[in-house]
Design a binder for this molecule. Structure first.
Ligand code: GDP
Ligand code: MG
Length: 223
């Protein structure tokens, strides 16, 4: 009976990258524990933590990967990127250079993560530190929109980990896009399997009717 079939587990690996100091860890901590801490000791060893969220009625496990500060030396290992379902690209609204480095972060993610269809891959650009943007803004919303448009209509949001502004929205929106893509890819695989089965059956039928034609060969010739 259908009730005996367990609901398929939804799992999304999220990778957060961007320059050191833009607020990646702060955003993740705020999202996971609703708290902002002034400074974090770089975590050694544990690279990820899981958080369950409900998206469109489904329980989804977000596995969020944070760096342990290796981004300072551009020495993030491939394990960090591999198998990612989506990527949070973070910059600091009050620092132009962190915005300019996004392209570099994006391309090394695609390269090291061996992303197969980068043009449809779920990226979310987060401009962090919106709370101090009024006096210190270096990156305009226009520049952000332009960048996202030029990079295949990437999704974006301005946020503040300090004020807990748009933090949950950023993660949940990204997870939602990632789930949609997973479903689409699953459907493509399912369709492919169905097509293969149909092809196989057609081939078998073809062989069978071919054999029959040979058997009926005489009669056919008589007509
Ligand atoms: P990471 O290196 O990208 O992980 O950045 P951190 O999360 O460690 O944050 C770097 C610094 O920026 C810390 O001093 C944080 O307190 C500060 N910070 C992070 N997010 C915000 C924010 O939204 N607003 C403000 N004003 N400061 C922030
Ligand atoms: Mg950090």
């Amino acid at each position: 009976p259908p009730s005996a079939i367990p609901e398929k587990k939804c799992f999304v690996k999220v990778v957060a990258i961007g320059d050191s100091g833009v607020g990646k860890t702060s955003l993740i901590q705020m999202f996971e524990h609703s708290r902002f801490t002034e400074s974090f000791k770089p975590t050694i060893g544990a690279d990820f933590s899981n958080k369950e969220v409900t998206i469109g009625g489904k329980i989804v496990t977000l596995q969020i990967w944070d760096t342990a500060g290796q981004e300072r030396y551009q020495s993030l290992g491939t394990a960090f990127y591999r198998g990612a379902d989506c990527c949070l690209l973070v910059y600091d609204i009050t620092s132009q250079s962190t915005f300019e480095n996004l392209s570099q972060w994006k391309s090394s993610f695609i390269q090291k993560g061996m992303i197969v269809n980068p043009e449809t891959f779920p990226f979310m650009i987060v401009g962090n530190k919106l709370d101090i943007a009024e006096d210190n803004r270096q990156v305009s919303e226009y520049a952000l929109q332009k960048f996202c448009k030029e990079n295949g209509e990437m999704t974006y949001i301005e946020a503040s980990a300090l004020n807990n502004l748009n933090v949950e929205k950023a993660f949940c929106k990204l997870a939602e896009i990632a789930l949609k893509r997973q479903e689409l890819m699953q459907k493509k695989t399912d369709d492919y399997i169905v097509q293969e089965k149909l092809r196989e059956r057609a081939q078998k039928l073809g062989r069978a009717s071919g054999a029959q034609r040979q058997n009926n060969g005489n009669r056919e010739n008589c007509q």
